[in-house]
Design a binder for this molecule. Sequence first.
Ligand code: PMP
Length: 384
Amino acid sequence: LLYCDHSASTPPHPDVIRTITEVMEQVYANPSSIHQAGGQAEQLIRRAREVVARALNVHASEVIFTSGATESNNLAVFGTARAHAIDGKPRHMIVSEVEHASVYECYKQLGREGMDITYIPVDKNGCVQPEQIEAAIRPHTIMVSVMHVNNETGSLQPLAEIGSVLSRYPKVSFHVDGVQGLGKVPVDIRQWGIDLYSLSGHKIGGPKGSGILIRRREVPLKPLLYGGKQEHGFRPGTENVPGIVGLAKAIRLAAEGQPSNYEKLVSLRERALKQLRTLKPLVNNSPDIPLAAPHIINISFPGMKSEVVVHALEERGIIVSTQSACSSKMHKPSRVLLAMTQDTSRASSGIRISLDASCSERDIARLTEAFTEVTEQLRPLMKR
Ligand code: PMP
C-alpha cells in the first residue's frame, strides 16, 4: 500500500507510540490528585507543556491542551465571541472563505446567532489578500481567522503580512488554524502577531484526539466547557495524559524536522508534478511553490469523477483522497475549489495527494505510474 493521504491523518511516529504506551502503563493517576502518583502525572503534563512551548517559541502558560484542532478552533472562535459578549454590544468578525469546516462552521453558526461576519474571498491561487482584510476591519471587529496552509490545495496564506496589518489594530485577535503547516513550512507565532493558534496531533505523527490552542497572554477568551480548573480554566476535565505526552513529542519532532522536510517535499512535489503534467486532461489546482506548502498536490481530471479515479487508484494500492476527509462523504463540489476557481466541474473533480517526508522517489514513480494507467483506462469512457 502506498499511503498518500497524510493531510487526512498520519501514521503515529514509533517514538510517540512507545511513549504513549509507557505512560498508559505506568502513570495512570489523576494529575489533579494530591498524592505522589498524581504529582507524577502532573509533572508529565508540565514537561509536555514546556516541550510544546519551546518548539513553538511561546510561553508554557500560553499552551492549552485540547481534544484536537476541531475543539481548538471552536474554543478560539466561540471563546472569543463570548469574551466580547459581556456588554451586549454588537461585534464583527472576519474569516476567509477557504477555512477548514472546524472554523468555517463555527462562523456559520455565529452568523445564525446574530454575529456580524465578513467572509474574505481568495484569488486564483487560493490566497487571501491582506488589503482585503484591512478593508473589512470596522471599529467593533474582534477577530480575524485565516488558516496557515489550506488542507485541500496546500495554498499558503500570507500570515506575516496579515499579522503586520493587524498590528495596527491591537484589539483585533488574530486566529490561525496551523494544522497543515507545522512541520512542513516555517511558522513564527510571535513575529507574525498570532494570538490564537490551533494544532492537531494526528496530522504530525501524534495521536488522534489530541491538539492544542496557543493563546497569547491577555488575549480575551472564555472557555466553552465549565468544570475544574485544568488548562488554566480554559479546558476543564481530567487531562489526556498519554495523549498530551505523545502530542508534545510529535510537535517537537515536527518542528525540528521542518527545514529538512521542506527540502525533501519540494523535490518530491516537483518530481510528481513533472510526470502528472504529461497526463490529459489534467488541471493543477494547487499554486506553485512558494505560494503553496510542498506536501499537498490537488489536481483535477475534468470529466472524470474524482471518486472513480480515487477508487481505481486504490485498486492499484495507492491511497489518495477527494477533497478533505471531513467533507469527502458529502459528495458536493469542494467549497475551497469553488472559492478559488468558480468552476463547478473543477470543484467536483479535485483529487488530493498529500505526501510526507517519509515518501521516497520510488513511491512518487509508483504514484505517477498508477495515475497514468488509471487516466488511460478512464479516458475512453469519458468520450462515450
Ligand atoms: N483544521 C485543518 C486545516 C485540518 O486539516 C483538520 C483535520 N481534518 C482540522 C482542522 C481538524 O483537526 P482534528 O481532526 O484534530 O479535529
